[in-house]
Design a protein around this ligand. Structure first.
Ligand SMILES: Nc1ncnc2c1ncn2[C@@H]1O[C@H](COP(=O)(O)OP(=O)(O)O)[C@@H](O)[C@H]1O
Ligand SMILES: [Mg+2]
Length: 313
């Protein structure tokens, strides 16, 4: 296993003088949900357009399924599903006919095409709406049809560019569930978003992009450990015992232990791995632990630390 599905090497893309993608390197393995997280204008869509051949590359190489996209564009495209940031559908065709059209573009025919179209309708929850036209659809339904058209041919690699932009929470949740299902069924997924909550929920591997550069890359824990200088835990106790507090304060790595009613707020230095010792001490003192809450840093805080900005300003 661990086959590389997509490899980007030293990618540079300019629009005239403007450097939109600044020497990006990425490697995406089979079975991943890879998250490309970055604020608006970071260069996410530009990178995707380079992968699918919509943008001319200034320098660098992109390999999909081990093949250079410059030489094997048509063959590679058959196995890629692309869900564009802007909904691209035919408004004079019904939902069903849009799917038949896109399936046909990917070379599907006859019975197999019809089966794929029904799969995509069921997947997107639009089966009942199949005869209706896009202009009768809500924003969320349009997004779902846009996704259905991108995956109708059961691609091995699915690239989704902000597929949940400006939609209602119910459609968003439907889409996120669907992406997890596609991944379980075997597709590798590249997902771009400026919503860190979505990336955090879905993605196994994450690259953070800012001003055309990858400023951080890793799994969630790796990214978070870049920023957390301390470990915070809140422990709710059945009663308070100040001798116990002093004993906790004396544990290796503990920087602070403050009581707020019957909740101990404990801050330890990074990597002190002393939670077990703290718990043992409490249990041995005969006090019951009612709740434990380990405070985790978020991906948002990684971005903030690295750039001094929030993702959405
Ligand atoms: N066709 C274009 N011509 C000139 N500049 C562009 C073009 N497309 C995008 N850009 C610029 O490149 C940068 C990256 O854009 P984009 O890839 O769309 O970012 P993202 O998808 O992360 O929001 C932005 O500053 C944007 O204004
Ligand atoms: Mg974009």
């Amino acid at each position: 296993m661990n086959i590389t599905i997509l490899e980007i090497k030293n990618l540079i893309k300019r629009y005239e003088e403007f450097l939109a993608v600044d020497n990006v390197n990425l490697s995406i393995k089979e079975g991943e949900i890879f998250g490309l997280l970055g604020p608006n204008g970071a260069g996410k869509t530009t990178i995707i357009n380079c992968i699918i051949g919509l943008n001319r590359i200034d320098s660098g190489n992109i390999f999909v399924f081990g093949k250079d996209i410059k030489k094997n564009e048509l063959e590679i495209k058959k196995h890629i599903g692309i869900v564009t940031q802007n909904v691209s559908l035919y408004y004079d065709l019904s939902a069903y006919d849009n799917l038949m059209y896109f399936g046909g573009l990917y070379g599907l025919k006859g019975k197999h095409l019809r089966e794929c179209v029904y799969d995509a309708l069921n997947f997107s929850g639009l089966y009942e709406e199949r005869k209706r036209f896009p202009n009768e659809f809500s924003g969320g339904m349009l997004r779902r049809l846009n996704i259905a058209c991108g995956i109708v041919h059961h691609p091995k690699l699915i690239i989704m560019d902000e597929p949940t932009a400006s939609i209602d929470p119910q459609s968003r949740s439907h889409i996120l569930d669907g992406i997890e299902k596609l991944n379980k069924d075997g597709a590798t997924i590249i997902y771009t978003s400026h919503y860190m909550e979505e990336i955090e929920r879905l993605c196994t591997d994450i690259a953070i992009l800012d001003h055309g550069r990858i400023i951080a890359h890793g799994n969630k824990d790796e990214l978070k450990s870049m920023v957390s200088e301390e470990e915070k835990v809140k422990i709710k106790l059945s009663s308070i015992n100040y001798t116990l507090i002093d004993m906790i304060k004396a544990i290796y790595g503990v920087q602070e232990c403050n009581m707020d009613e019957n909740i101990a707020h404990i801050i330890s230095s990074k990597g002190s791995k002393n939670l077990g010792t703290i718990i043992d001490l409490i249990v041995n003192s005969g006090i019951e632990i009612l709740d434990i809450n380990i405070e985790k840093p978020t991906i948002e805080s990684v971005f903030l630390t690295l750039t001094g900005r929030t993702l959405r300003n």
